[in-house]
Design a binder for this molecule. Structure first.
Ligand SMILES: C[S@@+](CC[C@H](N)C(=O)[O-])C[C@H]1O[C@@H](n2cnc3c(N)ncnc32)[C@H](O)[C@@H]1O
Length: 233
């Protein structure tokens, strides 16, 4: 269903990447693997993906750490990743996955796939980084079939007033620059609702679950749906 298939970085002619954060990509590739065990991210990924089936599109798949956690009822994953190094690592992860995964260049704001082609969309730690959240969620709604599910694990605004001020100050200064375009004070649940999704169960999760509370610790893990009966957004 994807318009383009994955190619390892450096092979053939590839259009300019929609996202280019080579230093962050290197850092994330290393840090995220440690977080699987040391911060309990592996368990979160299991909960995020449990019970999924059919055709799934994952947005901003990074180095592909979700791939090993997809249940066998998933028939195919199309994994969109705009950053070249992370995409190359995702292609390697895809080769080890228990379900078929097609890694595809692209950005959430213009998904290179047909409308209503997927049973589920997976968002993990990506809405913080996309350039245009409403546009990305509009695209996600387009590619999901009516009644299809969104599984999300996202971080955002949290804590008390002092933490909110800190998150906003970091967002306006250094944070997006040093962390690949990430923002700390976005509100993923409100954004999903505003984009016309029905919110299912979701719960707040601190990451890391124990230990220091960081401006990036306030996470939410949950489910939303594209309504089976469409209403104008
Ligand atoms: C913090 S990483 C999370 C990676 C992965 N989802 C995970 O759970 O480990 C954020 C990811 O979002 C990707 N990203 C940034 N901007 C994007 C956009 N506009 N569309 C799609 N993905 C984007 C980055 O390249 C990166 O892979």
């Amino acid at each position: 269903m994807a318009l383009r298939s994955a190619r390892p970085a450096g092979s053939g002619k590839v259009a300019r990447d929609a996202v280019h954060h080579p230093l962050f990509a290197r850092f994330y590739a290393r840090m995220s693997v440690n977080a699987e065990t040391r911060m309990g991210m592996g368990g979160v990924r299991d909960r995020l993906l449990s019970g999924l089936s059919g055709r799934v599109i994952e947005i901003g798949a990074g180095n592909g750490l979700n791939f090993a956690h997809y249940p066998s009822a998933v028939s195919e994953v199309v994994a969109i990743e705009p950053e070249r190094l992370l995409r190359k690592l995702a292609v390697e992860s895809a080769l080890r996955a228990g379900v078929p995964v097609d890694v595809v260049p692209g950005a959430a704001e213009a998904l290179p796939v047909k409308s209503e082609a997927f049973d589920a969309v997976v968002l993990s730690l990506v809405l913080c980084s996309v350039r245009d959240v409403p546009r990305a969620l509009g695209e996600i709604r387009r590619v999901l079939r009516p009644g299809g599910v969104v599984r999300f694990f996202e971080h955002g605004r949290g804590g008390g007033p002092a933490m909110h001020v800190t998150q906003r100050a970091l967002d306006r200064t250094v944070w997006p620059l040093v962390s690949g375009g990430c923002h700390l004070s976005r509100e993923p649940v409100a954004a999903l609702r505003a984009a016309g999704f029905e919110l299912g169960p979701y719960r707040r999760v601190m990451m890391p679950e124990r230990g220091p509370v960081l401006p990036s610790s306030y996470c939410v893990l949950g489910t939303a749906w594209r309504p089976a009966e469409e209403r104008p957004v």
